[in-house]
Design a protein around this ligand. Structure first.
Ligand code: CMP
Length: 148
């Protein structure tokens, strides 16, 4: 995946609280194109694998339980400078530190239930996008051709 793509998940808290549409609107208004998207529920083992980098952290078990508690909406987003610009749009991990206008400021409940995930590097964007989507499920920004 080139550096014009990032990966996001709308987390179970935001799905349960009815914020899917509002979050997708903010994503589009900020200039991102959705090139792949799916609503799905993570199993415990899928959540453990996705967040494997955090397995030694004290919050890991709670995070896995939370992320497998209800559906998520996974998506690949395209825009110039996608990873950095999306991290700015979502705001700080802890919503208490998130700036006004960010997705987490508007929709996060707590540091764990922080509404959305966003990849932190181009490499992780490619890995995380590949965790959810085959290349045949990802489209070009005009929404027509499959990226293969
Ligand atoms: P995310 O950006 O998806 O990456 C790791 C997730 O772990 C993070 O968002 C939060 O949902 C969660 N997380 C990070 N730090 C903490 C923490 N200190 N306590 C609880 N959960 C955390």
């Amino acid at each position: 995946m080139a550096n014009n793509k990032t990966f996001t998940m709308i987390k179970p808290c935001a799905v349960k609280n009815g914020h899917i549409g509002a979050i997708l609107a903010k994503i589009n208004e900020a200039g991102f194109r959705i090139v792949a998207m799916r609503m799905t529920r993570l199993s415990v083992s899928q959540a453990e694998a996705f967040y494997g980098v955090h397995k030694e952290r004290p919050f890991f078990n709670d995070l896995v339980e939370f992320m497998s508690s209800a559906p998520v909406v996974a998506a690949i987003l395209e825009k110039d400078n996608a990873v950095e610009d999306y991290r700015k749009l979502i705001g700080a991990t802890n919503p208490e530190n998130a700036e006004e206008g960010t997705i987490r400021k508007a929709f996060a409940v707590s540091i764990q239930e922080n509404a959305v995930h966003g990849s932190d590097s181009d490499d992780n964007a490619a890995l995380e996008g590949g965790f959810f989507f085959a290349s045949s499920e990802s489209y070009t920004a005009d929404g027509i051709e499959v990226l293969d």
